[in-house]
Design a binder for this molecule. Structure first.
Ligand code: FAD
Length: 434
C-alpha cells in the first residue's frame, strides 16, 4: 500500500524532512502558507528562506557546525546540496546566495515524483502521519492548535536580524577587504579610531528602539543578541565582541584599528553586504542615522533594516521523545527551530532525523538511533533532556558525549570527536540501511 505523510512548513526543516521521506518512497503532501500568509520575517515566495544571515556557519571539522554538515552530507541532505550549489565566498564559512539557494530547494520539492506541494495555510494539526516544521514564526492559529495538544505549551520570544547595505553605496576610500589573519579577503572592513568608536557608541546607546509588544528581555537567546543590548553591557563590550579588530591591519595606517565593523557578502553577485553582528531592534530611521556613523557607511544604502521577530518553541523535553516524535504518538513529529534546536543547520538536521525516522517507521522498519557521539544525535538528545529552563541549542562540542580517552589540546580533542562521529554515522547508515 502507498505510504503517505503530511509535512507542514516548507522551511529548512520541512523541506529536508519531505526530501528524506520522499526519497524513501513515501508520498508526501507538503503544505506552505506563503504566498497566502507571510510571517513578519519572511519575504520571498520560495521555500527554505534564510530570514537573517546568509551564512550556514563553519565548514571545518574542528568546529561542531562543520562536523554537523559532514554528518548530514553522509545522509544525503538536500539543504546542504543546495548550499554548495548556491555558495558565495565567506572565508571558512559556508555562505550562500539566498535566492539561488531557495530556487534550488523549491524546484527539488516541486519536481520530486513523491512530493505534492500545496500552497495553503494549515490551521489545525492534520490527521495521520505528519511532520510539523512551521518554524520559530509559526502562524498564530496553528500555534494555538499546537498548544491544545495534550501536554503541550508554547513559549514566545523575539530575535533580531542584521541590516543589509549595497556595495555601491560604501566609501571604499575607508573600507578595506580582508579576512582576519590574512586568510583571504572575503570581508569588507570598516576601521574605527577610538574617537569614532566612542561617538558611535554614544549614538547607539541613546538611539530609539522600535516598539516590541510582549518583549521579554530574559527570553532573548544569546546567539542572536541585539547589538544595542550587547553594547549596553559596557562601553568596551562591542570592541571586544563583534567589533574586535584582531587579525586585521588597516592598509591606510599599517596598524590594527581601534575597533572594526565587518560586512559579509550577502548575494552571489557580491553587490549586497550585511553588517556582521548587527542584529538590532532600533527604529529604522535610527538605524540609518547611527549605522551611517560607521566609517565607510556615511552614505550607505540600506536595502533591508534589522528587525525584531517572534520566536516560538516547544517545551520539548515534556512533549517530545526519540527522533523528534511526539510522546505517545510516534506518527507525529516536530522538526526545526520549533523543537528547541537553534540555527539554520540545526533546524535542517532535525528535519533530516524526523524525515528519515518517520519514513522508516511507516515502512515497518526499525528507526535509526542517532547516538550522542554525533552532533545529530547530541542535538536530538538535547531537545528531550529534562531541564528546568529549556533553551534552544546550537551545534557545539559541549553537547557531544565526552571522550573516554585523555587527549591533550582542544584541536586534537575536536579532531578525535570528529573522527568518532563520522565513523559512527557510517555505522548507523550501514546498520539501518540509510
Ligand atoms: C528573525 C530570525 C532570524 C534568524 N537568524 C538566524 C541566523 O542568522 N542564523 C541561523 O543559523 N539561524 C537563525 N534563525 C533561527 C533559525 O535557524 C531559522 O529561523 C530557521 O529558518 C528555522 O528553520 P525552520 O525550518 O524551523 O523554520 P522556517 O525556515 O521558518 O520555516 C517554516 C516555514 O513554515 C511556514 N509556515 C508557518 N506556519 C505555517 C502554517 N500554519 N501553515 C503552513 N505553513 C506555515 C513558514 O512560512 C515557513 O516557510 C533566525 C530566526 C529568526 C526568527
Amino acid at each position: 500500500m502507498n505510504k503517505t505523510c503530511t509535512v507542514v512548513g516548507a522551511g529548512l526543516a520541512g523541506c529536508e524532512a519531505a526530501w528524506q521521506l520522499a526519497e524513501r518512497g513515501i508520498s508526501v503532501t507538503l503544505y506552505e502558507m506563503k504566498p497566502e500568509s507571510y510571517s513578519p520575517a519572511h519575504k520571498m515566495s520560495g521555500f527554505a528562506e534564510l530570514v537573517c544571515s546568509n551564512s550556514l556557519k563553519a565548514e571545518h571539522l574542528t568546529n561542531a557546525s562543520g562536523l554537523l554538515k559532514a554528518e548530514m552530507r553522509l545522509l544525503d541532505s538536500l539543504i546542504l546540496k543546495a548550499a554548495y550549489h548556491a555558495r558565495v565566498p565567506a572565508g571558512g564559512a559556508l555562505a550562500v546566495d539566498r535566492d539561488n539557494f531557495s530556487i534550488y530547494i523549491t524546484s527539488a520539492m516541486e519536481n520530486h515524483e513523491n512530493i505534492t506541494v500545496i500552497r495553503k495555510r494549515i490551521d489545525e494539526i492534520p490527521d495521520g502521519p505528519v511532520v510539523i516544521a512551521t518554524g520559530p514564526l509559526t502562524h498564530s492559529v496553528l500555534a494555538e492548535a499546537i498548544t491544545r495538544l495534550p501536554g503541550f505549551s508554547a513559549l514566545h520570544f523575539f530575535d533580531a536580524a542584521a541590516p543589509i547595505v549595497t556595495l555601491d553605496s560604501l566609501n571604499m576610500d575607508k573600507v578595506f577587504r580582508a579576512s582576519r589573519y590574512e586568510k583571504g579577503a572575503d570581508y569588507l572592513n570598516c576601521p574605527m579610531t577610538e574617537d569614532e568608536y566612542n561617538a558611535f557608541y554614544d549614538a547607539l546607546m541613546s538611539a530609539e528602539l522600535a516598539e516590541v509588544h510582549e518583549f521579554d528581555k530574559k527570553q532573548v537567546f544569546e546567539g542572536c543578541l541585539a547589538v544595542e543590548i550587547l553594547a549596553s553591557r559596557g562601553r568596551q563590550t562591542l570592541a571586544f565582541g563583534p567589533l574586535k579588530p584582531v587579525g586585521l591591519v588597516d592598509p591606510r595606517t599599517g596598524k590594527a584599528p581601534y575597533a572594526n565593523v565587518q560586512l559579509r557578502q550577502d548575494n552571489e553577485q557580491g553587490t549586497l553586504f550585511n553588517l556582521v553582528g548587527f542584529q538590532t531592534r532600533l527604529k529604522w530611521g535610527e538605524q540609518k542615522r547611527v549605522f551611517s556613523m560607521i566609517p565607510g557607511l556615511e552614505n550607505a544604502e540600506f536595502v533591508r533594516y534589522g528587525v525584531m521577530h517572534r520566536n516560538t518553541y516547544l517545551n520539548s523535553p515534556d512533549v517530545l521523545s526519540k527522533n523528534f516524535s511526539v510522546k505517545g504518538n510516534p506518527d507525529m513529529r516536530f522538526a526545526g527551530q520549533i523543537t528547541g534546536v537553534e540555527g539554520y543547520m540545526e533546524s535542517t538536521a532535525s528535519g533530516l532525523i524526523a524525515g528519515i525516522s518517520l519514513a522508516k517507521r511507516l515502512l515497518g522498519e526499525e528507526e535509526p538511533e542517532f547516538t550522542g557521539d554525533t552532533v545529530l544525535g547530541a542535538l536530538a538528545r538535547h531537545v528531550v533532556s529534562p531541564t528546568p529552563d529549556f533553551q534552544p541549542m546550537n551545534a557545539n562540542f559541549g553537547i557531544l558525549d565526552k571522550l573516554t580517552e585523555r587527549i591533550r589540546g582542544k584541536r586534537n580533542r575536536y579532531e578525535k570527536l570528529a573522527e568518532l562521529s563520522l565513523a559512527r554515522v557510517n555505522e548507523i547508515k550501514a546498520t539501518y540501511h540509510l
